[in-house]
Design a protein around this ligand. Structure first.
Ligand code: NAD
Length: 478
């Protein structure tokens, strides 16, 4: 597949659909064109909703067991094509192949988990205050769901939405990021092969996101919008969704604090920060953005961190030695460089890691910024790159106060050996996810999501299923 030029249409109502134009998809590690996909617009967005609406009438009436069986088949089809899907992710997004394989396993775990959970969408009976009344509560699918997804996890951000939606009885229209449409189309191909009925999953690829999403936001048949991406775009979508009072789930940006308490196991903290910070070249919404280390352990921490940094290799994700692939585009490189320059101009000391790959590609070397302060851009704005600013604190209350001093509230981490501190931090940090001695908390059976401007709603777990269900109260007078 590497090097070959693909051409792909959208996936609407079980068929490959082309619009007039095509747009190119590039490999960020080489700038080579990987393929061309259809550039959908208003018409295709409309066609997708028509198909999803039609399919909803049938899909929502299937038993949970039937829907679960379909999801199991999709899971199987993806398992069989794991290597092909992983290579596609590395090709269009750049992450190391080993991480791409991990992403497919993670993405598929949502399909498996929600196939099982489909069977446990229980209602309630509630004692009535009159003996001639009965109160029942039923859960019903919300209807057609529009999913808009980012490029940093081209597979997992789709299945984390689509698996619970389908399990609940909803049908979906998906708009993947323009940088990574091919992975989305391959997932749809797997669903097609697995026999998921036509219209249940539709993928509209486009270079003009708003043209497509505006159609979906205005159409009253679309009952819910589920979005993962930047806080800025999330706010715009929320505003537009108000017009038809759609349900909204938002997984937005983060600015994760990574706190290393005075009693932390320093080696475990370094291992943790390496995993949290440099996975996907730092392009994850939950990655450590600000590192707060207790002042009494700063030196041994920085020494060990520096040694670990030097073990990393920056390069093409297809090469086995690569730990850090390219960033997604030129704008990402400019943003990261800007944050490094800003920090240095305000007094931070840059500890550079191994040199970036000098071949063509959006490569950048990983950097530790020691002596970071909260006024620096890297401590206030999401970085989305391999930059690790380290600041010191003198007591736990100060660390919590500084960690919370941001509009973001997605993930936070604390490393400590003390149970008291573990509870103190996790109960006082204003974050939807707190990893205590755990740099990688995301998993299908746990609720993932943010507080404050990091989002609304949860993905994964039974809470993730609730996002796609209406609660219907039935009162019966006997
Ligand atoms: P983005 O907001 O630019 O794009 C996300 C999606 O929205 C893409 O499909 C894009 O085409 C679409 N989009 C862009 N402008 C739009 C508009 N005006 N109207 C409708 N759709 C529009 O974000 P990105 O750069 O693709 O992704 C990075 C961001 O995503 C980061 O901020 C990151 O933190 C966030 N993210 C959050 C999570 C989470 O679970 N909270 C997970 C991954 C990424």
């Amino acid at each position: 597949m590497d090097g070959a030029i693909l051409q792909k249409g959208m996936y609407i109502n079980g068929e490959e659909v082309y619009a007039g134009d095509l747009f190119a998809v590039e490999n960020p590690a080489t700038f080579e064109k990987i393929g061309y996909v259809a550039d959908g617009g208003t018409r295709e967005a409309q066609m997708a909703v028509d198909a999803a609406h039609e399919a909803f009438l049938v899909w929502s009436k299937k038993t949970a067991y039937e829907r679960a069986a379909h999801l199991e088949n999709w899971f199987q089809a993806i398992s069989e094509r794991t290597e092909e899907l992983a290579r596609m992710i590395t090709l269009e997004q750049g992450k190391p192949l080993i991480e791409a394989r991990g992403e497919i396993a993670y993405a598929n775990s949502f399909i498996k988990w929600f196939a099982e959970e489909a069977k446990r969408v229980y209602g309630e009976t509630i004692p009535a205050s009159s003996s001639s009344k009965r109160i029942l509560v039923q859960k019903q699918p919300v209807g057609v769901v529009a999913a808009i997804t980012p490029w940093n996890f081209p597979a997992a951000m789709i299945t984390r939405k689509v698996a619970p939606a389908l399990a609940a009885g909803c049908t979906v229209v998906i708009k993947p990021a323009p940088a990574t449409p091919l992975t989305a189309l391959l997932l749809a191909e797997c669903a097609h092969e697995a026999g998921i009925p036509e219209g249940v999953i539709n993928v509209v690829t486009t270079n003009d996101a708003a043209a497509v999403s505006d159609v979906w936001l205005e159409d009253s048949r679309v009952k819910k919008i589920t979005f993962t991406g930047s806080t800025k775009v999330g706010k715009q979508l929320m505003e537009k969704a108000a017009k038809t009072v759609k349900k909204v789930s938002l997984e937005l940006g983060g600015l994760a604090p990574f706190i290393i308490a005075e009693d932390a196991d320093i080696n475990a903290a370094v291992k943790g920060v390496m995993q949290s910070k440099f996975r996907n070249a730092g392009q994850t919404c939950v990655c450590a953005n600000r590192i707060y280390v207790h002042e009494n352990i700063k030196e041994p921490f920085i020494d060990a961190f520096k040694t670990a940094l030097n073990s990393l290799r920056v390069g093409n994700g297809f090469e086995q030695s690569t730990d850090i692939g390219p960033l997604i585009n030129e704008a990402a490189i400019e943003k990261v460089k800007g944050q490094i320059d800003d920090a240095i101009s305000k007094g931070a000391k840059a500890i550079r890691g191994p040199k970036a790959d000098e071949r063509k590609g959006f490569f950048i070397e990983p950097v530790i910024l020691s002596g970071a302060t909260d006024d620096m851009a890297c401590m206030r704005e999401e970085t989305f790159g391999p930059v690790a600013p380290v600041s010191t604190f003198s007591d736990d209350a100060e660390a919590v106060r500084r960690a919370n001093n941001t509009p973001y509230g997605l993930a936070a981490y604390v490393f400590t050996k003390s149970l008291q501190k573990a509870f103190y931090y996790s109960e006082n940090l204003e974050y939807g996810i707190v990893g205590v001695n755990d740099p990688l908390p995301a998993t299908a059976q746990a609720p993932f999501g943010g507080m404050k401007e990091s989002g609304l709603g949860r993905e994964g777990s039974r809470h993730g299923m609730d996002e796609f269900l209406e609660v219907k109260y039935i009162s019966i007078q006997l």
